[in-house]
Design a protein around this ligand. Sequence first.
Ligand SMILES: *Cc1c(COP(=O)(O)O)cnc(C)c1O
Length: 394
Amino acid sequence: MNDETHQWRLETMAVRGGHERTQEQEHSEAIFTTSSFVYESAAEAARKFSGDEPGNVYSRFSNPTVQTFERRLAALEGGDRAVATSSGMAAILSLSLGLLEAGDEIVASRSLFGTSIRQFNNFLAKFGVTTHYVPLSDLEAWKAAVSPRTKLFFAETPSNPLQELVDIPALADIAHEHGIKLVIDNCFCTPALQKPLALGADLVVHSATKFLDGQGRAVGGAVVGDHATLEEIYRVNRTCGPCMSPFNAWIFLKGLETLSLRMKAHCENAMGLATWLEAHPAVERVHYSGLSHHPQHDLAAQQQSGFGAVLGVEVKNGQEGAWAVIDATKMLSITGNLGDTKTTITHPATTTHGRLSQDELASAGITPGLIRISVGIEALEDIQADLARGLDRL
Ligand SMILES: *Cc1c(COP(=O)(O)O)cnc(C)c1O
């Protein structure tokens, strides 16, 4: 990209960033569904294979559609480079394989996406990597968990579903004092609402499956950061194989084009819904960082340019009440997924967090009456009407 494109604002970058038109002069980005690439001569093939000459060899190594997505996402996050992966979990795995070795340690926030915890505990642990968990916002706990073998801090902010935050610049300072890299899973905010690299983080991971696509069509992921670190992660992807398909990369490119519009609409609806829910007599508590009584409202306002789409709502009558509200909906989708134009609703204690013990649930703040809503971009009135059916009967 030239100097002018570097100065584009986020909205422009999301629509046009990273696109290098082919000689066909296509307007919309092309999908290169090819596994390999051909050469003019044996000598050219030899130069491409050895890396003496840049260019495409095989789509596990590089693919023009995937690279367009990587350039666009890197530009949106303010990183030098991105590596696209087959899923969000593959992004976390490639990052770990690239940067860690046996004996190394990770310090991670306790309130991580459940599968991230299982990847660390069940699989990285088999290869001698140990993970210690700390409360997300407790900076002293992060500090205390550091050992000479700590290589990564891994945090998801805001957390799911209670919207707890960590002060990213403060956490980055602690990490850097000890030569540790800070990784932020930016799935919930996306670069439209939060730029972790500008706040001091070293790497960003994404599940593109969520808001980057935003329409529930494909599974994918990415890691974004500086050239040298991303080269290590790229080498894993290229050799171990969790690469993104060109077709999915194209879907994510189309998703990114509407990212900032969608995130604005998600935030506006979520704020409207949170305010409405709070005033409902069957609601005991709403967890949404946009509400002024949220304990980290000021930090959210400072660190994020929007409060996000996901909220937690505790209703009366515990699990019975929560299930009744969920079962009374006719429009909302009952699903564990989130980050979709369609509003989704789930009962964390018996689904996404169902493998936790009673003690773990209590310490994570996942009460029996808690419902998680990923607010979509339907008309707010229709979302409210769908929830009112159950709430009014409690
Ligand atoms: C969904 C999710 C992931 C995993 O992504 P997949 O694309 O499903 O592999 C990681 N982190 C967060 C915060 C998520 O919500």
